[in-house]
Write a protein that binds this ligand. Sequence first.
Ligand SMILES: Cc1cc2nc3c(=O)[nH]c(=O)nc-3n(C[C@H](O)[C@H](O)[C@H](O)COP(=O)(O)OP(=O)(O)OC[C@H]3O[C@@H](n4cnc5c(N)ncnc54)[C@H](O)[C@@H]3O)c2cc1C
Length: 273
Amino acid sequence: MNMADKYDVLIIGGGIAGISAALTCRNRGKTVAVVANSTESQSLYKAEKITNYPGTPEMTGKELAESLKRQLDSCGADIIHGRALSVMNLGDSFGVAVGNDFYQATAVILALGITREKLYPGEAEYVGRGVSYCATCDGMLYKGKKVALIGSSEEAYEDVKFLQEICSEVEHFPKPAACEIRGGMKADTLVVNGEEHKVDAVFIIKDSIAVSQLAAGLEKDKTGIVVDRSMATSVPGIFAAGDCTGKPYQLAKSAGEGNIAALSACEYIQKRR
Ligand SMILES: Cc1cc2nc3c(=O)[nH]c(=O)nc-3n(C[C@H](O)[C@H](O)[C@H](O)COP(=O)(O)OP(=O)(O)OC[C@H]3O[C@@H](n4cnc5c(N)ncnc54)[C@H](O)[C@@H]3O)c2cc1C
């Protein structure tokens, strides 16, 4: 693991909320890293035409997403390509795992978009005991063994190829309708659409990680991560912005919340100095 990098603010999510937060943090002179999935994974990218965001008449979602990406690339924030797997509270800072790497920051802003909290039966129970969210991190533990991978993203297909190089067999289920993970002390069976598959490990590769799995102690309600008006979550030092805090799912709301979360994170850092 790479323990070298420590930032003032680490932002998880490179959509409009995360980019807005990054721009404001940089304006305030903070060191910033943004953990970003592909631009295509953002909600905005799928919008045919944007008609209600000030200053962008007649823009497609793709055009606006690409314009925001250019702004992010030139604002002086570090971009960490990949998926944040966990946020750990280290007392005076946070540690964020992205694949095999580990980054530290004084404050964290979650800008995850709409997060799907639904876990497969057995998923939470067996994480770390035969269920993994990261093939490159844990694949070698299953060298020569039979594994299964659930996921249909580009990353999932790359991980299948990687696992095929080291495992005896890889069963790939891109979009299973129903799944359950079973086992004893460790996961040993994946049930897909009622059919049992004996495996030594199950890799689950989704674009986002359920909030409950990403960071311990974060309060959630039916619509999203619970925040106050400063975008502070129930964990001091972690802020949230955009669709992940709930409705309305709108660009202007997401950008505004990103801005507030950034200002609050800067204030939080200032008070600790
Ligand atoms: C088809 C469509 C049309 C729309 N049209 C409009 C419109 O006309 N006007 C309007 O105001 N709004 C519209 N919206 C809504 C708008 O696009 C969203 O409200 C806004 O883009 C949300 O921004 P966000 O940054 O919160 O989330 P997102 O854009 O979803 O960005 C979140 C990013 O975080 C990433 N992420 C999640 N978890 C992790 C992790 N663990 N590690 C790293 N990255 C992670 C995601 O993959 C994603 O890239 C539309 C949405 C859709 C789907």
